[in-house]
Design a protein around this ligand. Structure first.
Ligand SMILES: [Zn+2]
Ligand SMILES: [Zn+2]
Length: 236
């Protein structure tokens, strides 16, 4: 991922997306679009939780190639960067959790862990060079899927774009990031509330204890989706 492209992607997540706030203040809340957005938030959030995280980073599941592609696309349309970039950052986190070199530890400040790290992060030459064939293929398609899915709601209306792109991507980004901040605040911990709103990712201590386990805890929407899609789990 080029340095400029990464910066643009990061600032879009960081600055442009909260534009849904003044829009709703000015025009009120469209309940129908809000409900669709919350459903898509959970579904595409599973793209990050199951696709990017448990499948591509930890290889906890080995699904059929079509399912693998589907889960990766769900992750790509959350605009958190190309798969190899996300995988590299997350592996750094596991290797250095709350020590020097952890990209998003709350020991460097809560807001740094929540979202500040996204724009401070340095580009690595390893982003694409060592990512392997399949991740390289996905990386090449990243902007097509992210931009295509991001702009598609404009075919419906500007209001649909505000909800289905800006609000949805904002919610998925912060639900991903709050696991980095809250679940590492003080010590690594589990949070059932965060598990409910973050596709099971709130069971973060369980995850650090067994990074390759497909199921993270009792209430785990990501795991339900894996079962629904018939994914073969490799570790329990
Ligand atoms: Zn962690
Ligand atoms: Zn992990």
């Amino acid at each position: 991922m080029g340095s400029l492209a990464r910066k643009i992607n990061a600032y879009f997540l960081y600055l442009a997306i909260p534009l849904w706030v003044p829009y709703m203040v000015m025009y009120g809340v469209n309940v129908q679009l809000l409900v669709i957005t919350l459903i898509l938030y959970q579904l595409t959030g599973c793209g990050i939780s199951v696709g990017y995280h448990r499948m591509l980073t930890h290889r906890a599941i080995d699904p059929h190639p079509t399912v693998k592609y589907f889960l990766t696309v769900l992750g790509m349309i959350c605009m958190q960067g190309p798969p190899s970039h996300w995988v590299r950052i997350h592996k750094l986190h596991h290797g250095r959790a709350d020590k020097a070199g952890d990209p998003h530890s709350p020991k460097d400040g809560f807001w740094h862990a929540q979202c500040g790290w996204v724009v401070k992060l340095k580009q690595s030459k390893n982003d694409t060079k060592k990512s392997g064939k399949i991740l390289t293929v996905y990386d090449r398609q990243y902007y097509w899927w992210a931009l295509g899915a991001g702009l598609a709601p404009l075919l419906w209306s500007v209001e649909a774009f505000v909800y289905l792109t800006l609000l949805r991507v904002f919610l998925v980004a912060h639900s991903t990031w709050i696991v980095n901040s809250w679940c590492h605040l003080g010590r690594i911990k589990n949070s059932t509330l965060l598990a409910i709103i973050c596709c099971g990712e709130g069971y973060h201590k369980n995850h650090h204890d067994k990074p390759r386990a497909a199921r993270l805890g009792r209430i785990d929407l990501g795991y339900c989706l894996m079962r629904l899609l018939g994914c073969r789990t490799l570790y329990h």
